[in-house]
Design a protein around this ligand. Structure first.
Ligand code: FDP
Length: 342
């Protein structure tokens, strides 16, 4: 909320912003607008529970009981159920899929189905929950490809280039919601005093000059030669490259968000901890593809080291992928190193 140059009070709530974006698409029915609003509402519930986590005993095991003898719900399960429950009856979705569940989540038969598919990682960076460090929620929306009835796996297994919405919430010093519908990336900060997300970061662009590299360097000995050499170049140990600062929370949303605003690269490469099957850790559908859509809309790029993340056709719901994401030239440089050294 601020006074513009004519002294007029300006407030851009997320609802108003979403409605204004809808006007760009004259054929829009408002369904997607409402879906985004439902997601913002889920974010408020999760943020409120996250903020009270240490007080209301929702940390730790789901087997715990609180002083009233009620079973305690772990924060990631609570986040998962919040998103599902707020979206299962609206008639906007044909199905959902969550990182917390092995299979697709159908819409209960008593409720109508709609034309969109929602995928989400309810609480990303969950190993940080017990340590009061930033965590997040990632969501993305596809248009269904089947005609009608309950959504199917085929509706979910689409490449990221087909996404119509991607966004995340980061629960940290403040709560932020960042999203794109394909016309730029916009960030909103939750004002807890009024319970509303207000536009604070319109049209986010990754700064041209990168500041940080972010990766779990504890895994370095399991990386391929290409990734090791690339990391040396980011540290300024190769040629005349200037070094970047290292920052790593170990919470994808937090690490990605910082680098989106400050410039830099996050990478979680394939590693050879199990020499028989080198794989990435992050999930293509729940994590990599939505963030790749956001990165590209902000002028950046995301790759698995060989190809554009948004072009990968998923074969299963929980497929994992290596991920290099951030400033375009840094991601392309990673691809060059991997091509050259493997
Ligand atoms: P977490 O296991 O804590 O849920 O998606 C998984 C994820 O966190 C990402 O948020 C994060 O970037 C990464 O794993 C951290 O993995 P490491 O602990 O191996 O660094």
């Amino acid at each position: 909320m601020f006074l513009d140059s004519q002294g007029k009070l300006r407030v851009m709530t997320i609802e108003r912003h979403i409605l204004e974006e809808q006007k760009i698409h004259p054929d829009a029915t408002g369904t997607l607008t409402n879906l985004l609003y439902d997601l913002a509402l889920a974010g408020k519930f999760i943020a409120s529970n996250t903020a009270r986590a240490g007080l209301v005993e929702i940390l730790g095991s789901t087997e715990d009981y609180n002083v009233q003898g009620e079973q305690v719900m772990k924060l990631d399960r609570l986040a998962d159920q919040t998103i599902y429950r707020l979206n299962d009856h609206t008639g906007r979705l044909a199905a959902m899929a969550s990182e917390e569940h092995a299979d697709l989540l159908p819409i209960p038969p008593r409720h109508p189905t709609g034309k969109y598919i929602l995928l989400y990682d309810p609480l990303d960076g969950s190993s940080n929950i017990d340590y009061n460090t930033s965590i997040g929620t990632i969501f993305s929306v596809f248009r269904r490809v089947t005609e009608s009835g309950p959504g199917t796996l085929e509706d979910c297994l689409q490449p990221g280039s087909e996404l119509v919405v991607a966004g995340y919430l980061v629960y940290s010093v403040s709560t932020m919601l960042v999203y794109t519908t394909g016309s730029g990336v916009h960030g909103f900060t939750l004002d807890p005093s009024v319970g509303e997300f207000l536009l604070t970061h319109p049209n986010i662009r990754i700064p041209d000059k990168p500041k940080y590299y972010s990766t779990n360097q504890g895994n370095q000995k399991y990386w391929s030669q290409g990734v090791q050499e690339y990391t040396r170049s980011l540290q300024g140990l190769e040629g005349n490259d200037k070094s970047l600062s290292a920052r790593y929370i170990g919470s994808l949303v937090g690490d990605f968000h910082r680098n989106l605003l400050a410039g830099g690269i996050f990478y979680y490469p394939a590693d050879y901890k199990d020499p028989k099957k080198p794989t990435g850790k992050l999930r293509l559908l729940y994590e990599a593809a939505p963030l790749a859509f956001i990165a590209e809309q902000a002028g950046g790029y995301a790759s698995d080291g060989f190809q554009r993340i948004l072009d990968i056709q998923p074969a299963s719901l929980h497929q994992r992928t290596p991920l290099f994401i951030g400033n375009r030239e840094l991601v392309e440089k990673a691809e060059e190193y991997i091509k050259k050294f493997g």
